[in-house]
Design a protein around this ligand. Structure first.
Ligand SMILES: C[S@@+](CC[C@H](N)C(=O)[O-])C[C@H]1O[C@@H](n2cnc3c(N)ncnc32)[C@H](O)[C@@H]1O
Length: 279
């Protein structure tokens, strides 16, 4: 019988043949499927986020702003990659409530920088840094442009907006990724490539609704390793505003999702945490 893993490997094979992607998968672990019903955290604040090997992290935020399953998958990968974070200057781009920045501080980064375009996120991020007695330098602005070139960045992180969005109204700024989902990712990868030296690391969350061609851009200057993957299950209702759009992109090989359970109108796409090593 075919397993979820077989299906995922098949998806990766398609990426390899169609987009000539060279993605190393030997370290990849499967994270649990994530279903839309638990997307929004509505419990008490600050909430306690528990990650293996770290003291609980307190997170202030609200219904629209806060760590989600993609943040937590990325955080788990960073904890496992501690030796690549310890002693390094790390910059998180699009930090939201700054959970990943705080994780890097706890993992022993020499200095942590974080950017976001949204002042409301930065207010929560500053509060969270205080709550967790961490140290992070914040910059408000577009991607990496607001970080002075004099900062010697050695590791760059990003869980950036990447939902294909035909119009501005489909999603908030935290999720809107432009026509094929890659508007910000493409710019960010080019900027990161300019700022990092040979052997430096980049970590990103990528999901399969966004055009995989962006991974070709990543592959130009980086060796790319898949560290974790999961299925993100969603309902027709959750993404109905963009379903016709992503269905068109899917026919062109520029977006991927599949039916999960036809009777309850559920679909899934893949979420992946990738590590890039600057060549
Ligand atoms: C999907 S959220 C992730 C937040 C956080 N990194 C996390 O993992 O919880 C994306 C973040 O990118 C920020 N963002 C959107 N456009 C941006 C841009 N052009 N430059 C910097 N940050 C941006 C949003 O405000 C939001 O906080």
């Amino acid at each position: 019988m075919k397993t979820d893993r077989d299906d995922f490997l098949n998806y990766l094979r398609t990426l390899r043949t169609r987009w000539s992607l060279n993605l190393r998968t030997e370290d990849a672990v499967k994270h649990p499927d994530f279903a839309e019903t638990s997307l929004v955290y509505e419990g008490p604040r600050p909430r306690e986020i528990i990650l293996d090997h770290l003291e609980p992290i307190l997170e202030q935020g609200d219904r629209h702003l806060g760590a989600d399953h993609a943040t937590l998958s990325t955080a788990q990968v960073l904890v496992k990659a501690q030796e690549k974070i310890r002693g390094k200057v790390v910059c998180e781009v699009g930090c939201g409530t700054a959970l990943l920045s705080i994780v890097c501080y706890r993992l022993g980064a020499r200095r942590v920088l974080a950017t976001d375009i949204d002042p409301e996120c930065l207010a929560y991020a500053r509060e969270n840094v205080k709550l967790n007695r961490a140290e992070v330098s914040f910059f408000q602005g577009n991607l990496l442009e607001c970080v002075p070139r004099t900062e010697p960045i050695e590791v760059i992180l990003g869980n950036l907006p990447q939902k294909p969005s035909p119009g501005l109204r489909a999603f908030s700024i935290a999720y809107r990724g432009g026509y094929d989902g890659t508007a910000l990712l493409r710019k960010w990868i080019v900027q990161a490539s300019e700022r990092l030296n040979r052997g430096n690391h980049l970590y990103l969350f990528y999901h399969s609704l966004a055009n995989p061609q962006v991974l070709q851009v990543l592959n130009r200057d980086f060796d790319v390793l898949l560290k974790a993957w999961k299925r993100r299950i969603f309902t027709h209702r959750e993404l109905e505003g963009i379903l016709p759009h992503i269905s068109r992109l899917k026919k062109e090989g520029k977006s991927f999702f599949e039916v999960h359970d036809a009777s309850s109108g559920q679909y899934f796409f893949y979420g992946m945490v990738l590590e890039g090593i600057r060549r």
